[in-house]
Structures are given as C-alpha cells and as structure tokens.
Design a protein around this ligand. Sequence first.
Ligand code: ARG
Length: 463
Amino acid sequence: MTDDTSNTMWGGRFAAGPDAIMEAINASIGFDKRMAKQDIEGSRAHAAMLAAQGILTDNDARAIREGLLTVLSEIETGKFTFSTALEDIHMNIEARLKEIVGEPAGRLHTARSRNDQVATDFRLWVRDQIDACLQAIEALQKAFLAQAEAGTDWVMPGFTHLQTAQPVTWGHHMLAYVEMLGRDASRFSDARARMNESPLGAAALAGTSFNIDRDATAQALGFDRPAANSLDAVSDRDFALDFLNAASICAMHLSRFAEELVIWSSAQFRFVALSDRFSTGSSIMPQKKNPDAAELIRAKVARIYGANTALMMVMKGLPLTYSKDMQEDKEQTFDAADNLMLALAAMTGMVSDMSANQPNLEAAAASGFSTATDLADWLVRSLDMPFRDAHHVTGSLVKLAEDKGCDLPDLSLDDMQSVHAKITQDVFDVLGVKNSVASRTSYGGTAPAQVRSQIARWKEKLG
Ligand code: ARG
C-alpha cells in the first residue's frame, strides 16, 4: 500500500515518503526552475508530435499545450508555488498541469522520460545562454574597437615579462583583445553547432516502442537533427562542458585585461583613468580610487574554472547512461553563465568609460631603452652588420646610457661612436618612439597604417 506521503509521480512501489534529508539532497527545484521556459517548450513540442502521430488525441494535446502556457505565465508572473516534494521543474510543472487540465496531463509523459526531458531542457538553456554570450562578447569587442579608433597611433610601451620591450600603439593593444574575443565567439559558435541535436525521444535510455517522430520535435525546438544514439543522448553532458570550456577561455581573456587595468590604473603607471562609475573609493584613504570591478572580474573567473572542473569531475566516473550525479551539472553551469555575463558587462562598461593618458603612455614608451631593437636593426641595415654583432653593440650602448643615467636618444654621436666608430647621425632617426612604431609595417604589426587597416576589417565584421 502506498501511503499519502509517497511521491505522486513515482511513488507507486513505495510504502512511505522520503526522509526530509533525502528530500533535501534529492530536490533540484531550487535551481532547475530556471529551465521552466525550456521545459514547457519541450513539452509543448512533444505533445504536438504525439497528437500528429495519433498517440494522443487532438483534444488532449490542445488541453496540454494550452495548460502549459497557463503554467508558464504563472511562473513568469511569480504566481507559481514551487514544491520541494515535487523534486524538480519537470514534476512541478506536470503536477500543476494536472490541477489545471486534469486527466490529459497524465498522458504527456507518454514515450518520454525525465532523462531525455532534462537533457533537452538543459541543452535549450545552454543554447540560449550561448546566444546571450555572443551578443555580450560583440558589445565588448565594439568597446575595444572604439578605444582603438580613438587612439590608433598613440604610442605606449609594449611589454614582455612586464619589462619594457618595444614601443607599440594603443590601437594595436586594444585590437589584441578584439582578436581574442573573436576567437571566444567562434568557440561559443562551435559549441552551439555541435550541441544542436535533440535528445527528445531517447526516452529513459533505450528509445521507445511508440511510433514517435523525433525529426518533428527536433525541428520544432530549433535543433538541426535528433541525436542518433539514445544511450548517448540521455547521458551526454559534453555540450555543457563545451560551454564551460569556452566560458573559461573567454573569462581568462577578461581576467588578463582586468589585470592590465589594475596595473595601468595604479599611481605608478597612470596609463588609464577608470571612470567613477566603475571604481570605488577607500573609507580611510581619501586619495584612493580602486579598480574593484577589474579585481572582481579577475576573481570571478575562478568560479567559472571551478564549474568547468566540477562538471568534468562529476562526469568522469559515470557509467552509461543517466545517473543522478548528473543533476549536479546545472547549478555550477548556471553560476558560471551568470558570472560570465556579469564580467562581460562590467568589462564593457570599464572599457567604454576608461580614458587613456596619452602623454603618460608616450613618456613611458620612451623610457626603458624601448628602441634598442630599432638601433640594432639600423646597424644591420645601414652598416651591414650581422644581427648578432648588432645586438652586442646595442647592448654596449644601452649599458653606456644606463651608466650615464639617460635614454638611448639622449646619447651624443660621440658617445655612440665611442662604442662603434661607423655610427652616423642618421641613427637618431630611428630612436624616437614614433619612428619606431611607424616602421613596424609588417602585416599585423604595430604601425598605425597596419592598425588602421585592422580596425577597418573589424568594423566591417562587427557592423
Ligand atoms: N532533476 C533531474 C536532473 O536534473 C531530472 C532527471 C531525473 N531522472 C531520473 N531518472 N531520476 O537530472
């Protein structure tokens, strides 16, 4: 005998309901209610297909499909009461549907299982999320592009090892992030294309004996095709991992720029000023303006990696097909998606609002012997010196400048000739930072002419 505390959906073989602790560990409604819209979309497509196949009557299908819209509007307007006893979003919705339309509700689950249902819902949710990420990435690319346009030929130091390396242009540096974000977008698009197969109709794991039409439900839900193996369809979570991988790499890019902003906005660098809208003050040190948003982006990225690692760990030990472990796929993915969207939005705000300090950038570009390579190249070109020798001569000149406490362009011709007699006055033409950047005209190089053509390419691409 079933007592009245046992589960109404699966309690047929149970004599008693679950312990409160069991209910707490088992329930996913606290988080999977976020998939309500996708669940209802999937169920409506399933009901329509069942009717088209003659498995449900048209009347039952209509009642179900309309009832589901009522449930959706109750959820969207906050009128729906979620129940932990009903475990998850699937059973919460079905139970409410039963209250609204009565007996036909019980027919909706024909030729379906929560296993293919949840796999479908979650795919639809991740797919929606990818679309949102793609938009957010594009907005950030446009913000970087606007910065690149505003300061295409401003000179700044380029770094390796965070040591001054060679002068580069601000436009070039901004475009580096446009490129990274372009790859991020392409990773999300790849993930979207790969995941776009419908698990619906795989049923519990083995498929179904009902004469269903999986192509019809796939098409109704915007999938490219039904997934070809029912065992794989219910137990695959690669699509969420693809999403989390793409999110992790994108977040890594955000974190790198966040780190640059923290450095650049410091009193020691003063390369950029962040807007008041995206910084905070200190309650004790009145002079401070802190790059909190950049720091938080840098930190939130850790959560996204955490979610990626967690789901890899959840999945790695699971035999085919569905195991309840897989319920742990959602919370972390939701959290990662939320934080990525927040980080993208915050970064877009910071990049749009920041103002580069052109004089400081240029002054910094000129310090630290940043044109040493130009000098070595001049020795190669003008004196036909092998590059290795030129490197050595330049090293000696850097040492001389260092001893004198000056920069390379401040050395006199006599100083230069004391190191190598054949150096002529022309050398000073290549030592200015502007000359240096203007000379780097190789494809993808930092010369303003190159940067301008890359800006044009991206403007065309981003519209
Ligand atoms: N809430 C479950 C999940 O998220 C739905 C699938 C339940 N399936 C099952 N066989 N118990 O994974």
